[in-house]
Design a protein around this ligand. Structure first.
Ligand code: NAD
Ligand code: UDP
Length: 312
């Protein structure tokens, strides 16, 4: 297959490019590098089966030749990034999704949208099944991301229903691994970076809010299975192993031997109190579940960040 990945120079997008190439496909990565990093794909440049195009997908996307699939992963994804880039986030979710869907339609290609657990907002149902419609504050700071992704899902279903485009929607829960930016503000790079510098870990609020962390290879396996499946309705992918952020901080300190402990900082507005995917549908429809344990995944992430951290 000839597959286009928007956001291909980002954290998840670049792992996806690696995997699709390893599966024998030819890959075009389109990215404007607003939150991505060319280092993530530098090892792929020069291959006959890989092409990188620097382009903002909120503008018309011109691609020569046939395409079998368009995987739309372009979007700022960390709260720090989308709070800094609110309009770009809304534009890539709305205009970027429209352009990527238009491209898929024109080429007769399958389309896969990277959506998010943020469509559930600060959830009132726990864990979150795909049938839950969510609890989102549209005018809060996170609204720019949550509503962009909700719009993107609606647009994807409209292209499916009106134009018959073969579409897939993955709702991704917190995913981590090598190639996250140390300064992207998400809890995994923040905590590991702080721990490796011997600093206290910044726990927001009292740390009782929960998250569930999925290793990137597991996520990519689920995305590939979904792409090849017949499932049109959204599918959650994530790791159901839930823990509080304070427990997570203690784990990182233990694993890195950091003795600086934690410091408590204010909880950001609208920070979801709980989050855990109900993955029964992914198990049933895709035969998928995460395989990499938190310890194993964190070891790999710590190893990656170790070479990138400069001492405090
Ligand atoms: P990332 O910031 O590393 O990757 C996003 C990529 O999209 C970057 O390379 C960025 O430069 C690119 N991009 C942004 N706007 C663009 C535009 N207008 N045109 C072209 N390229 C553009 O983030 P990530 O964690 O790899 O997230 C990838 C996708 O997965 C996003 O759509 C995100 O919403 C979704 N997601 C990620 C997580 C997670 O935990 N990592 C969770 C839920 C959803
Ligand atoms: N968090 C924290 N300290 C940090 C960064 C994040 O306590 O230095 C918390 C944050 O408030 C949230 C959780 O960790 O409750 C996960 O945050 P992240 O930014 O990774 O993504 P989110 O799941 O909120 O989208």
């Amino acid at each position: 297959m000839r597959i286009l990945v928007t956001g291909g120079a980002g954290f998840i997008g670049s792992h996806l490019c690696d995997r699709l190439l390893a599966d024998g496909h030819s890959v075009i990565a389109v990215d404007n590098l607003i939150t991505g990093n060319p280092d993530n794909i530098v090892h792929l440049l020069g291959r006959d089966d890989f092409l990188f195009i620097k382009h903002d997908v909120t503008n018309y996307i011109y691609i020569d030749g046939p395409l079998d699939a368009v995987l739309h992963f372009a979007s700022p994804a960390s709260p720090i990034d989308y709070l800094k880039l609110p309009i770009q986030t809304l534009k890539v979710g709305a205009l970027g999704t429209h352009k990527a869907l238009g491209l898929a339609r024109a080429k007769g290609a399958r389309f896969l949208l990277a959506s998010t657990s943020e469509v559930y907002g600060d959830p009132l149902i726990h864990p979150q099944p795909e049938t839950y419609w969510g609890n989102v504050n549209p005018v809060g700071p996170r609204g720019v991301y949550d509503e962009a992704k909700r719009f993107a899902e609606a647009m994807t279903m409209a292209y499916h229903r009106v134009h018959g485009v073969e579409t897939r929607i993955v709702r991704i829960f917190n995913t981590y691994g090598p190639r996250m930016r140390l300064d992207d503000g998400r809890v995994v790079p923040n905590f590991i970076g702080q721990a490796l510098r011997g600093q206290p870990l910044t726990v927001y609020g009292d740390g009782s809010q929960t998250r569930s962390f999925c290793y990137v290879d597991d996520l990519v396996e689920g995305v590939v299975r979904l792409l090849h499946s017949d499932e049109v309705e959204p599918v959650n992918l994530g790791n159901p192993h839930e823990m509080s952020i304070l427990e997570f901080a203690n784990l990182i300190n233990r694993m890195t031997g950091n003795r600086a402990g934690v410091v408590f900082k204010p909880l950001p507005k609208d920070d979801p109190r709980v989050r855990r995917p109900d993955i029964s549908k992914a198990r049933r429809v895709l035969g998928w579940e995460p395989k990499v344990s938190l310890d194993e995944g964190l070891e790999r992430a710590i190893e990656y960040f170790r070479s990138r951290v400069t001492p405090a």
